[in-house]
Design a protein around this ligand. Structure first.
Ligand code: GLC
Length: 424
């Protein structure tokens, strides 16, 4: 009988969740008796720098009864989200600890796919403040920040040096250099992540905010995209395609394709996340030692990044919630966060690491990154953020394919966002 099966499963899930809560505060032997401890999976988007397995090997050596198995999903944010959701909705318990994009915390929490966590159990005070906010929803903590992210502008220092130019701090400088210098050296001018997926939403949001505008205000409560500043942000990207300093090929790029293009020496400028720094510096990269990274530019000065990164959450179906919480404490410990930077090339969430002189010597972009993270725009805390993002992507795609003007696109996006917010 199907209904009995479902009810039984719901009871089981409730029991596991309750056992998990008990487990967060009590002794290890009681946890073991309650079933809150045991093996688990850590599910994540593709580990682009292959650093996670060694971290988990260390955990596994010290916790043989709480063995963690790494489950890697595709590296595109949208595909990872879709696969996580399909598993979480099914009620199966294959996914225990979830490394979720900061953009999804609200959606996952509102849907009941992840369990609230006890604040006192995690080192929140030691983390960068805006990052902690991405892990809360409705006043409760639903995840623990693990990695943060802010966009940087990568530029070919060797080429700019050759023509006696400084790297750009404004859009006007970037556009001039991308138009005039890149073609002389057989390079494309500028690329970001322009395929329609979350990366495009990020790039468009950055352009709009850099121009002084916004898409939504008041944490998503008010639509604000029908403004001169927002139109200027859209126009920046459309002009790039129309005038050729953004190549048509770039309209199909996600993070990895755009990194590859830069690393193969095919681009003068690239907007991407900090992980690119290590890959582009590694042996085999054609641009190793020949590039620099700066904060994103805006029309007349520094621009604005979107706040990226990921948070660790415990699935509501987690088999062993106390072990899951301990794994999260381990991954957010100072020791492991240092390795997140040194071995994973990912921006850690612990504030003190950004002021560590030894790390700054090895990673000269850390102070820039810290500033970019602290001033970055968070994505709205909406359970319907996925719909907001899809609307932004669809409109941005039309603007960049030159099918709609920035004016038409901003007006259309405002209408669509109003409809989405009315439904909410
Ligand atoms: C990076 C960011 C994430 C963002 C994604 C977009 O993974 O950390 O927050 O949503 O890129 O592609």
């Amino acid at each position: 009988m199907r209904w009995m099966h479902a009810a039984g499963r719901a009871l089981l899930v409730a029991a596991v969740v309750l056992a998990g809560y008990a487990g967060f505060g009590v002794r290890a032997d009681e946890d073991a008796a309650s079933g809150a401890r045991g093996p688990m999976t850590l599910v994540t988007a593709g580990d682009l720098t292959d650093y996670l397995s060694p971290l988990l090997d260390d955990w596994n050596r010290d916790h043989p009864d709480e063995h963690v198995t790494l489950v890697e999903l595709p590296d595109s944010a949208d595909e990872t989200r879709a696969q996580m959701i399909s598993e979480l909705r099914s009620g199966r318990d294959r996914f225990d600890v979830l490394n979720i994009d900061v953009a999804w915390t609200s959606e996952f929490a509102a849907a009941g796919w992840i369990s609230p966590l006890e604040r006192d159990r995690f080192p929140l005070d030691a983390l960068l403040r805006p990052v902690v906010d991405t892990a809360t929803f409705d006043g409760r903590l639903y995840a623990v920040p693990y990695v943060t992210n802010a966009g940087l502008l990568y530029y070919r220092k060797d080429i700019l040096d050759r023509v006696g130019e400084k790297p750009p701090h404004t859009w006007a400088e970037l556009v001039r250099q991308a138009r005039t210098i890149a073609p002389k050296y057989g390079l494309a001018g500028y690329a970001g992540q322009f395929l329609p997926y979350e990366g495009l939403t990020v790039n468009v949001t950055e352009a709009v905010h850099s121009a002084g505008g916004s898409i939504l205000r008041d944490d998503g409560a008010r639509v604000s995209v029908d403004s001169d500043a927002a139109r200027a942000g859209l126009r920046f990207l459309a002009d790039g395609v129309r005038d050729g300093w953004i190549s048509r090929e770039a309209l199909g790029y996600k993070e990895e394709e755009s990194r590859q293009a830069f690393q193969d020496g095919r681009l003068l400028f690239l907007r991407n996340w900090p992980y690119v720094y290590a890959d582009a510096s590694a042996e085999g990269s054609k641009v190793a030692g020949r590039f620099g990274a700066l904060p994103l530019p805006g029309p007349d000065g520094p621009g604005t990044s979107v706040l990226g990164g990921s948070n660790l959450a415990v699935s509501s179906h987690a088999r062993h919630p106390a072990s899951a919480a301990d794994l999260i404490s381990y991954l957010t410990s100072e020791r492991v966060q240092r390795r997140v930077l040194t071995e994973g090339s990912l921006p850690p969430v612990r504030a003190a690491l950004y002021e560590d002189p030894e790390l700054i010597r090895a990673y000269p972009y850390l102070p820039t990154l810290r500033k970019s993270v602290l001033s970055a725009v968070p994505r709205p805390k909406s359970p319907r953020y996925d719909q907001v993002s899809l609307a932004v992507q669809a409109v941005a795609q039309d603007v960049m394919a030159l099918r709609q003007t920035p004016e038409q696109a901003a007006a259309r996006l405002a209408r669509e966002l109003e409809t989405i917010s009315r439904k909410g």
